[in-house]
Design a protein around this ligand. Structure first.
Ligand code: NAD
Length: 535
């Protein structure tokens, strides 16, 4: 039996649920931060103003060692129903609060998150697997969105247009949608909820959150923080309801006409089903789906800058960002140099793959044994198709779900493998003769999330950001494809779903627009000066 297969069987064994009386990491003093977040050995995963659940018990594993951290009781179908009803009931009071008052509540949520920054970051690291600085950064992202939402609460616009009719006023008025559903992926278990929740709250919406079933503890901890602020302000806490569960709860939420908007973050395959289901009932959807992001390396690129960025973009977060660089499109003049320097850079971080909670670690584990299997399958398939593994390609011999960051060359730019998102640290290096070909390759995949060009040439920058440039939602220059700020709108085109979250005018997703015409002239006048009858 080969080493890789042997390791996979070990991983599968680790996933077999432990006896419920076995010791959990939460009991180990090393993880005392879990108790600081109000977590226990068994937690309730449903919140509708009260904590109560009747669904399955889910064990939450640490990807760094395959051990159970603690368990969460998920929601049943009737628990979801209770959440939707409680959220809808809570909406009336919440929508009546002036937007600046809602902003003040969101400001306090930001402060409550600041107080729990360290333990919440540690929990993200432990349960999701990203390194602590990135995990803390993820909580900071939620805090930043609270700041953004606070400002928005005092600046939410409405417009008055000039009416063509005397004695009339033409107004554009924005109102809350009501209840919205938020379905999140495992890889940003705090920030994605925060992006949606903070903006939706100031817009006057309430939410039911269905988090990833593999990060249930994070969702319970975050909801407890939000609950504490709502309760302190005498606001019905079902404004931010939670229903932990799997596909079943997700499907129920997606079909529920009470959820005026379904904001879904996850894979393209599931997001497509979600989009169709929501459309069937004429609901609104916001889809944040998979990416297949490229960096183009121009012949004049600053290679030090590029290598620095590419290391984080390709190998950071163990390749588990939607914006991870999966393709490096390298000009032929610098191709050899870039591949050889990137191999050296990857070699330099292998000794720093490990426990994501430790200071010295730069790359943590993959999230699940299934992700390890997908990584192995992709590497094997790449080799079968004639690709060369320039670096990495192996599952690591240690407890937990660790793999080597991997560089593959020699595959055609349009091979199905290169055009597919494998959620692991695998980057394909492809040679390009010129920038136009690079842009063509960048745009030829189905996904359209993030992209970056490394160049010093001004004309090339403007080509890249113009109509014949990148077709992605995120178009960078001389920075990695990953690591967005909250001020801009975040999201992508094509099979990435077209949704936009966070800054800019993304708030419009969470509100409905009324075009209002008020006549104070005392007579009826038709637009376009139409005369009807004998007036
Ligand atoms: P996933 O699609 O497997 O799951 C996402 C969520 O959908 C989970 O909460 C899951 O329980 C739920 N779900 C599963 N089936 C469902 C159904 N039929 N109806 C409703 N809900 C259902 O994704 P994942 O593995 O958790 O996350 C990784 C994927 O997410 C990657 O493709 C990544 O690129 C993408 N992602 C995109 C963004 C973005 O902003 N574009 C951000 C983060 C992650």
């Amino acid at each position: 039996m080969n080493r890789v297969l042997c390791r996979s069987l070990l991983n599968i064994r680790i996933r077999v649920p432990m006896a419920r009386n076995a010791s959990y990491l939460i009991e180990d003093p090393k993880y005392s931060f879990l108790k600081d977040l109000g977590l226990e050995k068994t937690n309730v995963g449903v919140f509708n103003g009260k904590w109560q659940a009747n669904g399955q018990i889910i064990q939450s594993f640490s990807p760094a060692n395959g051990k159970v951290i603690a368990e969460v009781q998920a929601g049943s179908s009737s628990d979801y129903e209770g959440c939707a009803k409680a959220a809808e009931d809570a909406w009336h009071a919440w929508a009546e609060l002036p937007a600046p008052a809602r902003g003040e509540v969101v400001r306090q949520i930001g402060d409550a998150l600041r107080e729990k920054l360290q333990p919440l970051g540690q929990l993200v690291s432990l349960e999701m697997g990203k390194i602590l600085p990135e995990a803390i950064g993820e909580v900071v992202e939620y805090i930043h969105v609270c700041d953004l939402a606070l400002g928005l609460s005092r600046t939410l616009p409405g417009t008055i247009f000039p009416s063509e009719r005397p004695g009339h006023v033409l107004i554009e008025k924005w109102n809350p949608l009501g209840a919205i559903g938020i379905i999140t992926a495992f890889n940003f278990p705090v920030a994605v909820f925060g992006w949606n929740s903070a903006i939706a709250m100031v817009c006057g919406d309430v939410s039911v959150w269905k988090p990833s079933e593999t990060t249930p503890l994070i969702s319970v901890a975050v909801t407890k923080i939000v609950e504490s602020v709502l309760v302190k302000n005498n606001i019905p806490a079902a404004v931010a309801s939670l229903c932990v569960g799997g596909k079943d709860v997700g499907e129920q939420l997606v079909k529920d006409p009470r959820m005026k908007l379904v904001s879904f973050t996850g894979s393209t395959a599931v997001g497509q089903q979600v989009g169709v289901e929501v459309q069937k009932r004429f609901g609104r959807h916001l889809l944040e789906l998979g990416g297949n992001n490229a960096i183009i390396v121009n012949s004049d690129a600053n290679l030090d800058l590029l290598l620095n960025a590419a290391l984080f973009a390709c190998a950071g977060t163990a390749g588990q960002r939607c914006t991870t660089t999966r393709r490096l499109l390298i000009h032929k003049k610098v191709y050899g140099e870039v591949v050889s320097k990137l191999k050296k850079a990857f070699a330099g971080v292998v000794s720093r793959i490990g426990d994501p909670l430790l200071n010295e670690t730069l790359i943590g584990p993959l999230h699940t044994p299934a992700a390890v299997e997908a990584y192995k399958k992709t590497v094997e398939e790449a080799k079968k198709q004639g690709g060369t593994v320039e670096f990495g390609g192996k599952v690591m011999e240690r407890e937990g779900y660790f793999v080597e960051p991997t560089i593959i060359t020699g595959l055609p730019h349009d091979s199905p493998l290169v055009k597919t998102e494998c959620f692991a640290p695998i980057v394909y290096c492809l040679e390009i003769p010129d920038l136009d070909t690079g842009i063509k390759y960048n745009n030829e995949v189905e996904q359209g999330l993030s992209s970056s060009l490394f160049t010093e040439n001004l004309a090339d920058i403007f080509k890249w950001i113009g109509p014949h440039g990148s077709d992605c939602g995120i178009v960078n220059v001389n920075i990695p494809t990953n690591g967005a700020e909250v001020g801009g709108a975040f999201g992508g085109e094509k099979a990435t779903g077209g949704g936009r979250e966070c800054g800019s005018d993304s708030w419009k997703n969470y509100m409905r627009r009324s075009t209002v015409t008020i006549n104070y002239s005392g007579t009826i006048k038709l637009a376009q000066n139409i005369k009807f009858g004998d007036e």
